[in-house]
Design a protein around this ligand. Structure first.
Ligand code: ATP
Ligand code: MG
Length: 348
């Protein structure tokens, strides 16, 4: 039972708010916003010129600043001390930046994570609920394994209401390989009993022409995630441009460095805006493996460490597909089977 004191307190607070609201209405002001939203200019020591500089460099909101590293912000501001002061100011304003918390608090935070159903019961069971928000889920597999098909299906699933496994939100589809097919989205929508036309208008599409462009798109995405209620960002495939632009051993270090930047860009989006991120990855044959599976995911350790959940897809007999979770922090290594059909990705 709620103690009497806090009940009274709540009552007086709500009366206060009501009074304030009436006053505002009297003055012809709009309804007060539920949460305070700050501009970059509200930060200590940030004027209009600095704020513009920050925006140009891709820092649009207080959250972007609060979670930036002093090092990268210093590139814009000139000094690391100044960067640190501004980061602290942003952390104070948004009330974040808490350094220590109890396991219970971590647990409570994790309870808030939402899941997007894949539309395949076996896959949802494998993933213990579906695609998680605030994390990167990676689908790995050979050509024709079903990576792009799953991406198309997820772009539909995220739009469904909560009771049907979605989040009632939009998808942002970054297509690096030119394999996005709106017809397929419409087909899957139809099968799920939702209006194909409205589903199509809730998939925001961007074609990435090279790795720089791909990173620019992700940077720009920040501007529309909250405004457009995007809850799923798809990058199909994450790695193809990086691989083709930086071929061979001599370019490997440069490629991995850039890939690292791209993945941290994505991780930051996932945790700042609580969206689910789904990426696809190719496999390559390791020339030095003589026993066991010679295939391994592209992108090396940087991909392995950056992606929270990794699912390996392979082709089975008679059009069957098998998904296997590899090195997950919370799942046991298990498998699930599904198939690709006219209706989309479905259970066997
Ligand atoms: P890649 O590495 O080449 O991009 P991928 O893993 O993205 O491969 P997908 O394009 O997702 O592969 O899967 C292609 C498979 O999906 C094909 O084998 C095809 O059989 C199946 N497929 C695609 N469209 C349909 C459809 N309308 N009906 C049934 N099966 C389909
Ligand atoms: Mg594909």
């Amino acid at each position: 039972m709620m103690p009497r004191k806090s009940k009274e307190h709540a009552k007086s607070v709500s009366e206060e708010l009501e009074k304030e609201y009436e006053n505002m209405l009297d003055q012809g002001l709009e309804e007060p916003a539920l949460s305070v939203s700050y501009e970059l200019e509200d930060l200590e020591g940030v004027g209009r010129i600095t704020a513009d500089k920050l925006r140009k460099a891709g820092f649009y909101s207080l959250k972007d600043i609060a979670y930036a590293s002093a090092h990268e912000l210093a590139e814009v501001l000139g000094s690391e001390d100044r960067a640190l002061a501004i980061i602290r100011s942003a952390q104070r304003l948004i009330g974040g930046g808490k350094m220590f918390m109890t396991a219970k608090e971590v647990y409570e935070r994790r309870q808030k994570i939402a899941y997007i159903s894949t539309g395949v019961k076996a896959l949802d069971a494998l993933l213990e609920g579906g695609i998680e928000t605030g994390a990167i889920t990676e689908f790995i597999g050979e050509f024709g394994a079903g990576k792009t098909q799953i991406c198309h299906q997820l772009a539909v699933m995220v739009q469904l209401p909560k009771e049907s496994g979605g989040l009632g939100a939009k998808a942002l589809y970054v297509d690096a390989e030119g394999t996005f097919r709106p017809e397929r989205i419409a087909q899957i929508a139809q099968h799920r009993g939702v209006d194909p036309e409205s589903v199509l208008s809730n998939v925001i599409y961007a074609r990435a022409y090279n790795s720089d462009h791909q990173m620019l798109i992700v940077d720009e995405a920040k501007k529309l995630i909250e405004k457009e209620n995007v809850k799923l960002l798809i990058v199909d495939s994450l790695i193809s441009h990086f691989r083709s632009e930086y071929p061979g051993r001599e370019n490997l270090a440069a490629r991995q460095q850039k890939l690292n930047r791209h993945i941290s860009q994505l991780l930051r989006l996932a945790s700042l805006y609580d969206i689910a991120i789904v990426v696809t990855n190719q496999v390559l044959a390791a020339p030095d493996v003589f026993f066991g599976n010679p295939l391994r995911p592209a992108g090396g350790n940087i991909m392995a460490h950056g992606c929270t959940y990794r699912i390996w897809l392979r082709k089975g007999k008679e059009g069957k597909r098998i998904a296997r979770i590899i090195d997950s922090p919370k799942h046991a290594e298990k498998e699930a089977a599904f198939q690709i059909a006219e209706e989309g990705v479905i259970d066997l």
